[in-house]
Every structure is written in C-alpha cells, then in structure tokens.
Design a protein around this ligand. Structure first.
Ligand code: B12
Ligand code: SF4
Length: 446
C-alpha cells in the first residue's frame, strides 16, 4: 500500500509564497513512519517548502494538524478527497477539536498514534476503517524508532529532533499541550533514547518540559555524558533551583534551552496559573537568570503578550527586560486562545473572542495578531505592540548588543557561531511571517 504523509504549512504572505528557511524535521511523521509496517511504501510531503503532487497515485493520506495549520490541512484534504483518496488526520488539533476535524477527513486519530496506527492500517486494508480511533496520551514512542530516512535531502536544519518525555504535569491555563496530555507526563526508557541518539552531533529535545521529572532527567543526562553530543531543549524556569541538574545539563552537552517566562508581572503569572514554576517572578527572575548564565546556557526566552494585567507599556517593559538580560533568542507571541484550553473557555464566557471564536479558520485572521479583546488595550494595540517588540528585539543594534554577553554568547567560538547563525535566521523568518494569511494562496480572498 502507498501512504502519503503530510506536514502542512501555516500560510502565506498576501499575493506570495512563504518558504520556511528555518524548517525542522517533522518528527511526528517520522514516528508515524516508524509505526508503519515495512511492507508499505511511504512518501513525505512537507508543504512548508515543497509543492504537493496531488496527482501522484496513493492509497491513503495522513495529515498532521495543529490549530494554526488546520485551515491549510482542510484544503489539502479536500484536494485528495476530490480525487477519491481517503484522508486520515491526527495531531494536537485533531485531539482538541475532534468534531471540527472529523468534518474534513475520513478518519480522525485522537491522542498518540502509537497504540492505534497499525490497527487503522489493518482496518483500512480490510475495508473497515472507522471514523475515529482514540489513542491515549501515553509513554512517548515506546520502542519505535522514527523513520529519519524520510527526512533525507529535504534541506532541514542540521539538528535532529528527538523526545525523551511527553506532556507536562503543570496547569498553565493557556497551554494546549497541558490540555492534550491532561496534565500527565511520561518518560521513555533511557536506553531507548541513548540508542536513538547514536552518533548524532546536534539534537533538539522537543519535550514540552524536559526537566518535569527531575530524577528521570538526571538519569538520562548521566547516560548522555559519554556521547559528547550537543543539544538544546525546552524547560521551565524551576530548573535554575537545582544545581546538580544544572551541572548534569552542562556536562551532557546542553548548550541552551527555551524558557517560558511568559510575563514579568507576577499578577499575570498567577493569573495564568504558572506561579509554581515561575516562582522567581516576584524578584524579577534575577537570581534564576544569573544562575543559568553562570553555566553558560544560551536562553531562548518565550513571552506571551496580552495577559489580563498587560498594558502597552508593560509590553515595552517586557522587551526592555529581554534586552537587558541579553537573551540569545526571544519570542514575543501574542497570547492565543487555543481551543480546548481553559483560556479559550474563559474568554468565550466573557465574550472576548474575536473572529467568531475560530480564528484558525477565519479568512481575516493574520498570524500572530490578537484574536481576543485584551483587558487594557484594543486588539489592534496588542497586535502592534507585539510587532514593535519583535522588531526591536531582532534589530541589528540588538543583535550586536546581545552578542556581547560574556557569560553566554561570547563564552566560546561555537556559542558565538550558533548565536550569530540563528539570530540572523530568526530575524529574517520572524519578519517574513508577520501578517501571514492562514492557508494556501489559491484560497486567498481578493
Ligand atoms: C517541536 C515543536 C516546535 C518546533 C517545530 C518542529 C518542527 N518539526 O517543525 C518549533 C520550535 C520551531 C515550533 C514552532 C511553533 N510551534 Co510548536 N511545538 C513543538 C512541540 C514542543 C513538539 C512537537 C513534536 O514534535 N512532538 C513530538 C511528536 C512525535 O509528537 P506529536 O506531534 O504530538 O505527534 C504524536 C500525536 O500527536 C500523533 N499525531 C500527530 N500528528 C499525527 C498525524 C496523524 C495522521 C496521526 C494518525 C497521528 C498524529 O501521533 C504522534 C505520535 O504519537 C509541540 C508541543 C507538543 N507536545 O506537541 C509544540 C506545539 C505543536 N507548537 C505550537 C505552536 C503554537 C508553535 C508556533 C505557532 C509558535 C509561534 N507562535 O511561532 C510555531 C509555528 C511552527 C511552524 N509550523 O512554523 C503549539 C500548537 C498549539 C496548537 N493547538 O496547535 C504546541 C502544541 C505547543 C503548545 N504548548 O501550545 N514548535
Ligand atoms: S510548564 Fe510549559 S508545557 Fe507545562 S503546562 Fe506550563 S506552558 Fe504547558
């Protein structure tokens, strides 16, 4: 049987195409490939940079759907279904908004694919494919090794995506992952992860929160030390409170990680139910940041803008804070109400959702624009404040200012090289994504 796997793009600039230069391997499709019995033939189309050949004969199409790619996913599904090819959808949006997704495909898989993908394939071959398969969010990957050969020759960034754990026990109320995994957290056996790392030299652990289970993380880090690999990941700020963990991270080759600061205002942090992990906010995070820098970690600081205690000037303060700390990278994303999250439900109850409550399908919605009415500014003011922040942080004077951080970016030549390469890439990519229209441009409104 011939199976086509698809990673859809988010959208496109008005009247043009956006080809993602900073694209990373779609690990979920590699995992799906690894779960597929070897007698089947697989083809991967990454819509973010290559045209899909809809006319190539195939028996079954599998699309991974995130909320911001839902519109494009439905367009792709329609093309195939018009040609009589059945379509399966899975991924976070398929789990959080199953009824909507089900209207655009033949079968939806909710939760993880591990327990249900091979059953679906057997049912399909015997002509008995069901409308819904429910996978539970469980141990990441088990024994499956991703089919990384599917990524070969596609021009992905030279970093291998890998996962040690999935989910997160915390309750940050805007977080789609937390809703997807129902606040559970699962780790893979250490030997499986070490086997998968093999001789890879640069890794990105995609775990939502790599250090959620600190004892398990330490076990993996000890086992990674002899591999002499370099890696980046994502962790919550409470990692800074554990010196043994910081030492092991450094020894295992960790160069830096994404930290979800989200806000520098303690009222916001409490409002979003993140005060357990971001407990340092009341002292402006100073001690934790300084501790992370002592170890040389290059921090990618993630902020979300538009929380209930945010104002236009507090957003300017947030950008100033990121510049003051010379973070290697930073994201200033507008707070987005993802369906299935407590934030979405709250804003819905308060009648504060824009775009009929489904921004991800709305033709007027633009990427990284406000999709709700903030408390202390207009939606447009929030959108503009986000854009101004991204522009300032990614400006050339800022790139130079941040390069001069002796504890991180100037600590060694490899760190400086990583910093320069990726800050220039992100600078370009962030600017190109501004105002992007969701979906493909053949569907653009005139
Ligand atoms: C790694 C990652 C990234 C990487 C990109 C990686 C890549 N390949 O391009 C980076 C850092 C660049 C990134 C960027 C963004 N990301 Co991101 N990212 C993730 C993260 C942390 C892990 C995804 C992953 O690889 N997981 C490992 C795989 C194996 O697991 P999985 O995707 O869940 O797949 C399993 C199941 O879902 C299912 N499944 C998935 N697809 C399919 C398809 C079929 C057919 C089937 C049967 C099953 C199936 O089976 C798989 C195996 O069990 C997730 C959080 C998360 N846990 O999902 C956020 C996440 C997906 N990202 C998110 C967001 C918002 C973004 C951005 C829009 C942020 C921004 N504002 O710029 C950008 C947009 C990226 C883009 N497309 O341009 C949100 C999406 C929310 C939503 N409701 O859609 C998430 C959930 C984070 C969050 N906490 O909210 N991201
Ligand atoms: S700590 Fe991160 S992954 Fe965990 S619930 Fe909060 S935002 Fe989501």
């Amino acid at each position: 049987m011939d199976i086509t796997l698809i990673k859809p793009k988010i959208g496109h600039p008005k009247g043009g195409e956006y080809l993602d230069e900073g694209r990373m391997e779609p690990l979920m499709l590699g995992v799906l490939g690894g779960l597929t019995p070897p007698e089947h033939h697989l083809t991967l189309w990454d819509d973010r940079f290559e045209p899909i050949d809809f006319d190539r004969p195939t028996d079954l199409v599998a699309i991974t759907v995130e909320t911001f790619t839902a519109r494009r996913s439905y367009e792709i599904a329609l093309e195939y279904r018009n040609r009589g090819v059945p379509v399966v959808m899975g991924g976070i949006h398929a789990s959080l908004l199953t009824q909507e997704v089900a209207q655009h495909c033949d079968t939806v898989i909710t939760g993880d694919a591990e327990q249900v993908w091979s059953i679906l394939l057997e049912d399909f071959q015997s002509g008995e494919m069901k409308a819904i398969y429910k996978g539970i969010p469980g141990p990441a990957q088990g024994i499956t090794q991703p089919r990384r050969d599917l990524f070969a020759g596609k021009g992905y960034l030279p970093v291998s995506l890998i996962q040690f754990s999935r989910g997160c026990p915390n309750h940050c109320f805007y977080c789609a992952t937390s809703a997807f995994f129902e606040h559970t957290h699962h780790v893979r056996p250490v030997d499986r992860v070490i086997q998968e790392i093999g001789d890879k030299k640069l890794l990105f652990f995609v775990d939502d929160n790599f250090t959620s289970n600190k004892a398990a993380a330490k076990e993996l880090l000890r086992a990674m030390i002899p591999l002499k690999t370099h890696w980046v990941g994502q962790m919550s700020l409470d990692v800074a409170l554990d010196d043994e963990l910081l030492t092991l991270l450094q020894k295992s080759g960790c160069m830096g990680f994404v930290v979800g600061f989200e806000s520098i205002n303690s009222d916001n942090v409490t409002w979003m139910k993140k005060n357990n992990v971001n407990s340092g906010v009341s002292r402006a995070y100073e001690e934790q940041i300084s501790r992370l820098k002592d170890f040389g970690f290059q921090i990618w600081a993630a902020f979300t803008l538009g929380h209930d205690f945010d104002t236009q000037s507090s957003i300017e303060d947030t950008v100033a804070f990121a510049l003051k700390h010379r973070f290697s990278f930073a994201a200033f994303n507008i707070l987005l109400p993802y369906p299935g999250t407590p934030l979405y439900d709250k804003l819905n109850e308060e009648n504060r959702l824009l775009f009929n409550g489904n921004w991800w399908l709305h033709t007027d919605y633009r990427f990284n624009h406000a999709a709700f009415i903030p408390k202390h500014m207009t939606p447009d003011q929030l959108t503009q404040a986000g854009m101004a922040g991204r522009k300032k942080f990614n400006s050339f004077p800022s790139v130079v200012h941040r390069a001069l951080d002796l504890k991180t970016n100037l600590r060694s030549l490899p760190k400086l090289w990583i910093y320069m390469k990726y800050s220039l890439l992100f600078r370009r990519e962030v600017a190109r994504k501004e105002n992007m229209i969701l979906g493909g441009n053949s569907f653009e409104e005139s």
